[in-house]
Design a protein around this ligand. Structure first.
Ligand SMILES: [Zn+2]
Length: 217
């Protein structure tokens, strides 16, 4: 059969529903493969994907109408099902994860000054970060430590200020021992003990679990 654009178009139009159903079925049956391929493609073309996204963002921002719509969509998205992303559940999960990591590295306590406020405690690379160090940070870094992907051998627990002093003393060795840090706790510390209270499961009222409908634009 020779290619006949009119015939093709007529066929597409008369079989609209069948084609739609076929595509939906094909997607459902091959979902795993399709998602994996998409992830792999995005990973391979990371810099191009990022460049395209940045370009689109700039284009949208340059057009007042589209920018208005974009902001409105973002606002609705934040109120929609994604609204819970920074809710107590995630926050408590993050605290538990951080506590697990700090415990693995010798306990939730700064090894230099003894600070126990876990908000201030950080994972420190002993001797500084190498050039070829794992670049993960945040919860990904924590998970990598717990799973053993990142060795905990070169890590310890320091508070933020001590972390900075550690860096300063590495950069200017003659300053070593010049600065000492002392804390005068005022009872508002956020320690492993008080964090446990925070991380206790909290039953939310029934209405809080109702989904907020996401408006169609
Ligand atoms: Zn400290």
């Amino acid at each position: 059969m020779t290619y006949d654009p009119d015939y093709q178009r007529a066929y597409r139009e008369s079989h609209r529903e069948e084609r739609k159903a076929y595509r939906a079925r094909y997607f459902q049956e091959n979902k795993t493969t399709i998602y994996a391929a998409t992830r792999e493609r995005n990973r391979k073309n990371r810099s191009r994907v990022n460049a395209t996204n940045r370009r689109r963002y700039r284009e949208i921002k340059a057009d007042p109408d589209r920018w208005q719509l974009f902001k409105e969509r973002q606002r609705r998205w934040r109120l929609g099902p994604g609204a819970n992303t920074n809710s107590g559940i995630r926050r408590r999960k993050r605290i538990r994860l951080k506590l697990a990591v700090l415990t693995r590295l010798g306990g939730p306590r700064c090894v230099r000054c003894g600070c126990t406020d876990i908000r201030l405690l950080d994972v420190n690379h002993i001797g500084g970060v190498n050039a070829n160090e794992d670049r993960r940070h945040g919860t990904r870094f924590y998970e990598a430590i717990l799973s053993g992907v990142v060795s905990s051998a070169g890590l310890n627990v320091l508070c933020r200020p001590c972390n900075i002093l550690d860096y300063v003393e590495r950069k200017w060795p003659e300053l070593a021992g010049t600065y000492a840090l002392s804390w005068t706790p005022n009872g508002r510390e956020f320690t492993a003990e008080t964090a446990k209270v925070v991380s206790a499961p909290r039953v939310s009222p029934d209405w809080a679990r109702w989904p907020i409908p996401r408006a169609k634009l």
